[in-house]
Design a protein around this ligand. Structure first.
Ligand SMILES: CC(=O)N[C@H]1[C@@H](OP(=O)(O)OP(=O)(O)OC[C@H]2O[C@@H](n3ccc(=O)[nH]c3=O)[C@H](O)[C@@H]2O)O[C@H](CO)[C@@H](O)[C@@H]1O
Ligand SMILES: C=C(OP(=O)(O)O)C(=O)O
Length: 415
């Protein structure tokens, strides 16, 4: 199994281009199931999750051609079935459910099961499809949804769900009549999906707000779409630069969707400037401790909590970090403690007392952003940090060690 070896202590310096967003690419890839015509995507990140999604689509009969940064898909004939062996490696496979039942009237998608960061039920996806007239049964671990023709409905979601909103928005595109999604997610990735669907001929308004209206159409057509840049990858580079007291410039950066992250970096003492899609950060001092409370967009993203927690371990002062989205998203804390971090957990809150240094040792990554957190900790720690189980990292970061190496980090992948 591959590992990362990091010798910490070098401030990150230089320029890096932000890749396409994993969490926009995954739903947009499944949107290809909504039409028999070709969908051409640009700025597609080269990630294991993207390869898994393309494999899943190919397994269903979709033809896919991948070239660096681009994917072309055509779902002319499809077997609407997503098997457990692929769904269990990537929860986002649930995003096939809405498009499949909307276009083919019959879909069998494996239930994703639990996850290292929380239980992550999909009840709101199912309730929404039922409200649109689908019959949904759980059969031997599979969600089996059928509908002659989905019908538009007013759907209220009592919890803000990103993939739930995306699944229902895609399904509603081919439903009869109008669907209104109340308390829908406002995440930039939902908006990017809406832009792709609009290019395919969908009638959607209100994306980016908490009420999305979709007027169903009989058919969608082919389209070309460039995936938005990854705000979480960008935030991770910024956080790593701030934590190592470095200076970096990001190009192709999704600047406006980074407001909550930039705000906290400035509070930590970083100088952050933006010009067009270029974002620069300079950190001249030990970071100040910053309080974090995760919440749906435009609040502070849960996918950046672990990286800021890493920075807070060496900060000047004590911080309180509260995770409100996932009930078990502090698995990185016990690993950070092994590096010398002083963190107490009380329920969904971590209290971090800043230490003036961390010391390298062997740690284990438990999920995607926990891996990024440990990389940042390794970049700050004295001596060598070995990170095991980095397959989590490869799900969502494109050649991270190569790009950090180009910024001066002493980091390498070892067998
Ligand atoms: C592929 C993708 O885009 N993943 C992102 C997406 O995950 P994902 O879409 O899975 O996360 P959700 O927004 O659905 O989850 C938010 C909360 O809603 C709960 N919930 C969700 C659905 C449901 O049917 N019932 C229910 O109770 C979840 O358990 C969680 O507590 O949004 C998360 C929250 O920003 C991010 O961390 C993930 O990176
Ligand atoms: C939790 C994440 O992804 P997923 O929803 O694909 O597990 C993430 O990107 O941090």
């Amino acid at each position: 199994m591959q590992k990362l070896s990091i010798h910490g202590g070098t401030p990150l310096k230089g320029e890096v281009r932000v890749a396409g967003a994993k969490n926009a690419a995954l739903p947009i890839l499944t949107a290809s199931l909504l039409t028999k015509e070709a969908i051409r995507l640009w700025n597609v990140p080269e990630l294991n999750d993207v390869r898994t999604m393309v494999t899943l689509l190919q397994r269903m009969g979709v033809t896919a051609t991948m070239s660096p940064g681009a994917v072309e898909l055509q779902a002319a004939t499809v077997e609407p079935f997503a098997p457990y062996e692929l769904v269990k490696t990537m929860r986002a496979s649930i995003l096939a459910l809405g498009p499949l039942v909307a276009r083919f009237g019959d879909a069998r998608v494996s239930l994703p099961g639990g996850c290292a960061i929380g239980e992550r039920p999909v009840d709101l996806h199912i309730k929404g499809l039922e409200a649109m007239g689908a019959t949904v049964a759980i059969e031997a671990g599979y969600i089996h949804a059928t509908a002659k023709k989905l019908k538009g409905a007013r759907i209220y979601m009592d919890t803000v769900t990103v993939t739930g909103t995306e699944n229902l928005m895609m399904a509603a595109c081919l439903a009869e009549g109008e669907t209104v999604l109340e308390n829908s997610a406002r995440e930039p990735e939902v908006v990017d999906l809406a832009h792709c669907l609009l290019a395919m001929g969908a009638k959607i308004s209100g994306h980016g707000t908490d009420v999305i209206r979709i007027q169903g159409v009989p058919h969608l057509h082919g389209a070309t779409h460039a995936i938005m840049s990854d705000r979480i990858e960008a935030g991770t580079f910024l956080c790593a630069a701030a934590a190592t007291r470095g200076s970096v410039t990001l190009t192709n950066a999704p600047v406006t969707s980074l407001d909550p992250v930039i705000d906290k970096l400035r509070e930590a003492g970083a100088k952050v400037t933006a010009e067009g899609t270029t974002l620069s950060l300079e950190m001249a001092r030990r970071p100040y401790a910053v309080g974090i409370r995760t919440s749906p967009h435009p609040g502070f993203p849960t996918d950046m909590q672990a990286q800021f927690l890493a920075m807070n371990t060496v900060a000047d002062g004590t911080s309180v970090v509260t995770e409100t989205i996932f009930e078990n998203r502090f698995m990185h804390v016990q690993e950070l403690r092994r590096l010398g971090a002083r963190i107490d957990i009380e329920g969904n809150t971590a209290i971090v007392r800043g230490n003036d240094h961390l010391t390298g040792t062997t740690v284990m990554a438990t999920d995607l952003r926990a891996s990024a957190c440990l990389v940042i900790a390794g970049l700050m720690a004295e001596g060598e940090t070995i990170i095991e189980r980095i397959y989590h990292l490869d799900r969502g970061y494109e050649r991270l060690e190569v790009r950090l190496g180009a910024l001066g980090a002493n980091i390498k992948r070892i067998a």
